[in-house]
Design a protein around this ligand. Structure first.
Ligand code: GLO
Ligand code: MG
Length: 349
């Protein structure tokens, strides 16, 4: 492998969440955005991810001029803290106008709202100095199959992506697929779907993807293979590392906490593809447990990063030559054990 990559890390303000779940209220008091930004800096992370309304709160009530003014103020704050914005994502799943989907809503007024809001997100990204627009297509799918046409939904998604691509010639759209939750079935459940959709747009080179470990697992896929697949197209522009214990609700657990070996495979895939060389960040889309006390509120982020760095050391010290010899001899049993022994380390470590 050529020169080693120095990874840069980020998370979003929503990753310092208050503990509410569908069955109970928050368990930690809310904190301001400024407090969250200070914590990010204290932890030594490099960048913050933004929903459009993390950057400009109450965005739906503000005029385009006001939105740009507030984005500029935020940019000044980020500059003064020496931080950058990794991406901006339109939050298209909160508003009453996106109840029945955003770009694929059956109501044309709602589809237009989603497009307008996405264009504002691109304007904000421009001001914050990032060209990455993340599209988690949260409500683009079905609860009731017969209520929508899957074919028409793909056409509408292409219309929306084309409008965004035309709005700004530099913007790159990173689709974050997730197979379910909140929808029964999403129209873009995997990286393969995202990259195929890109081909239908007016500028396929500017439509790529973001892989989230948990989302790949929910789709029954191996996150490391998803990373290799996206990188084969040069289209992995962002990454949400986390973990997930089986096929259930999206858990956003700390990276590596459930499956260390899968974490090893994911970092190995990042290394062999040179992820980060073009400025991409490693983001942790992780949440504190509901039981976490306020004084331990940031630990899931610090721990995810620490696990990443320790796993990275394991990847870099893995005896690739010995592994190649076992592969050449088709001794995968020995290879399997070699990985386990390497991850376990010596009993005297
Ligand atoms: C939820 C997603 C969500 C997105 C974020 C950025 O399952 O992972 O956290 O990553 O809203 O668009
Ligand atoms: Mg995510």
């Amino acid at each position: 492998m050529s020169k080693k990559i120095d990874y840069r890390f980020c998370f979003g303000p929503w990753n310092i969440s208050e503990g509410a779940d569908p069955y109970g209220p928050p368990t930690r008091p809310p904190q301001s955005f400024d407090w969250k930004l200070r914590q990010l800096k204290k932890l030594g992370f490099d960048a913050m991810m933004f929903h459009d309304d993390d950057a400009v709160p109450d965005i739906d009530r503000k005029s385009p001029t006001q939105i740009l003014k507030e984005a500029k103020e935020l940019k000044k704050r980020l500059d003064s803290e020496g931080l950058v914005a990794e991406m901006v994502a339109p939050r298209l799943w909160f508003s009453p106008l996106t109840v029945d989907g955003a770009y694929t809503s059956n109501d044309p007024k709602c589809r237009q709202y989603a497009i307008n809001r996405s264009l504002r997100s691109i304007d904000i990204a421009n001001i914050l100095g990032t060209d990455v627009i993340v599209l988690w297509l949260a409500r683009e799918g079905t609860y009731i199959r017969e209520a929508k046409s899957g074919r028409r939904s793909i056409d509408w998604l292409v219309v929306a992506l084309d409008k965004m691509l035309a709005h700004d010639k530099r913007a790159r759209l990173a689709i974050e697929p997730k197979p379910n939750e909140p929808m029964d079935h999403a129209y873009v459940p995997t990286i393969g779907h995202a990259l195929a959709l890109a081909q239908l747009t007016r500028d396929p080179r500017r439509v790529g993807c973001l892989i989230e470990s948990a989302h790949a697992i929910l789709a029954g896929l191996d996150p490391a293979d998803e990373i290799d697949f996206a990188c084969a197209f040069g289209k992995l522009w962002s990454l949400h590392l986390n973990d997930q214990n089986g096929l259930k609700y999206d858990q956003d657990r700390p990276f590596g906490c459930t499956n260390l070996r899968s974490a090893f495979d994911q970092v190995r895939a990042l290394e062999r593809n040179g992820y980060g060389r073009k400025g991409e960040f490693v983001c942790f889309d992780v949440h504190p447990f509901r039981t976490t006390k306020p004084e331990h509120w940031l630990d899931h982020l610090a721990n995810s990063r620490r696990t990443f760095e320790r796993i990275l050391a394991k990847v870099r010290s893995f005896d690739e030559a010995a592994a190649s010899r076992l592969i050449a001899n088709r001794d995968y049993q020995a290879l399997d054990q070699m990985v386990i022994e390497h991850l376990l380390g010596s009993n005297h470590d």
